[in-house]
Design a protein around this ligand. Structure first.
Ligand SMILES: CC(=O)N[C@@H]1[C@@H](OP(=O)(O)OP(=O)(O)OC[C@H]2O[C@@H](n3ccc(=O)[nH]c3=O)[C@H](O)[C@@H]2O)O[C@H](CO)[C@@H](O)[C@@H]1O
Length: 414
């Protein structure tokens, strides 16, 4: 009789929840595995909203955020909190997604306890430790600690190989955000906001630390200039709660009748917004992956990206953050049908909606010592589209209280 083995998924922020949800769903279909969900609460409100969108309940929440805490303080608290859980109820494997301090601290805690760690979305790199900071460093630590690296693309696999990560740990699976997106889009989500139906919609998001201050002011200035030049265009901007962005956004944009500023949207509403939009203007990683899959051009307000595939395919473009560039590139897509059509191809380099099924099979093979075929791998039957049905989550006991050189496949802006 096979023994049930547990897999602990650790999640700290909104995108981690969105990208982990399909994996939890797929794992739950494997009866010999029990799925546990631990929250670190790194982004408290946004995390709760994203979990609710997928019907996930974190049974234990380390809730470690404190005002003005240092990165080292946060790392130490996360590591201590997770270590207690690993000690009390050791899982067969731990999974974490992305590049936050949650992921880095989880990877180190697993390494110290010699518990297998699987890194979801492995191999994203800018090649610049200062940008994104501290995420680029977090990614490198996670890759080295992982016994399974789930690379979303072949480019990510190559980036891991260049760092001498053992090839047998690396599996190209696609990105689970495409699973979440396609499953959510299939449910035909509605946009409940009152938006003018006779205007073209530009979906705007911005949250990155590098864009606080002057870049944000330049971008908002460009938005106002675009509103003046294109009276038939409306901007929808779900504003990130970080006060560095929120205050500037409301201060500069709230008086324009062509801009709708909202609280962050829940995921189905966000998918509906992407579907309704003519184009997406963003500095988000997730939106760079999602919008091309819906056939929407993405203008990326950064100078470099660790997601070069969409840029190389021509469905995303790095435009920097200057007022002049943002205005010019948005105006080009609004006025030139040929330029628009060249970007609105409806192709995604980030997956086919089956990444979670592949990851679940690889995890099962590892923790159950099985050799099941990995869906979609050479010779295996391609899986059905992943389902949005989500697992019942097993409670995780709360821990005791704590005392108080650019790479060849990295794209840079020309
Ligand atoms: C340094 C860096 O590159 N880090 C990235 C960053 O991820 P990001 O840039 O993708 O983060 P966001 O833009 O906040 O989230 C995006 C998701 O949220 C949905 N969304 C958005 C607005 C809204 O109102 N409602 C929503 O539902 C949206 O559709 C999408 O799925 O952190 C992750 C680890 O936390 C990393 O792994 C990831 O590399």
């Amino acid at each position: 009789m096979p023994q049930t083995r547990s897999v602990l998924c650790v999640v700290g922020t909104r995108p981690e929840a969105i990208k982990m949800a399909p994996i939890m769903c797929s794992l739950k279909e494997i009866t010999d595995i029990s799925v546990r969900l631990l929250l670190t609460g790194q982004h408290r409100d946004l995390l709760s909203q994203a979990l609710a969108s997928f019907g996930l309940i974190g049974e234990a929440n380390l809730d470690l955020m404190q005002p003005n805490q240092s990165l080292s303080g946060l790392s130490a608290r996360i590591m201590g909190g997770i270590d207690s859980i690993l000690e009390q109820n050791p899982p067969a494997m731990v999974l974490a997604q992305g590049d936050t301090t949650t992921v880095m601290a989880t990877a180190i805690a697993c390494f110290h306890r010699q518990i297998p760690f699987g890194h979801v979305e492995a191999g994203l790199r800018t090649g610049n430790l200062s940008s994104p900071f501290p995420e680029e460093f977090n990614r490198i630590v996670a890759s080295h600690a992982a016994s399974l690296n789930f690379a979303p693309t072949e480019g990510a696999r190559q980036a891991l190989l260049r760092e001498a990560i053992r090839p047998e740990t690396i599996h190209v699976t696609g990105n689970t955000v495409i699973d979440a997106l396609l499953a959510t889009a299939a449910q035909k989500p509605r946009l409940s906001l009152p938006l003018p139906s006779d205007q073209r919609l530009v979906l705007l998001t911005m949250h990155r630390r590098e864009n606080f201050g002057r870049p944000a002011a330049q971008i908002f200035d460009a938005v106002l200039a675009l509103c003046a030049a294109f009276p038939d265009v409306h901007f929808l901007y779900p504003v990130h709660p970080n006060p560095n962005i929120r205050d500037a956004a409301h201060g500069m944009l709230s008086r324009s009748p062509q801009v709708t500023l909202t609280e962050p949207l829940d995921y189905p509403e966000m998918v509906a917004a992407m579907q309704r939009a003519t184009l997406v203007l963003t500095d988000s990683g997730g939106l760079q992956e999602e919008a091309p899959a819906l056939g929407k051009p993405v203008l990326v307000m950064r100078n470099e990206t660790e997601r070069p595939e969409a840029v190389q395919l021509g469905v995303a473009k790095l435009i920097g953050t200057s007022r002049r560039h943002v205005f010019r590139e948005v105006a080009r897509l609004l006025t030139s049908p040929a330029d628009y059509a060249a970007m609105a191809k409806g192709v995604s380099p980030y997956g086919d909606g089956c990444a979670a099924a592949r990851i679940a099979a690889l995890v099962a093979n590892s923790v159950l010592d099985a050799t099941w075929p990995v869906p979609g791998a050479r010779g295996a039957t391609p899986p059905a589209r992943s389902s949005i049905r989500l697992p019942t989550v097993e409670p995780v006991p709360a821990p005791p209280p704590q005392r108080p050189s650019p790479m060849p496949d990295t794209v840079h802006m020309a």
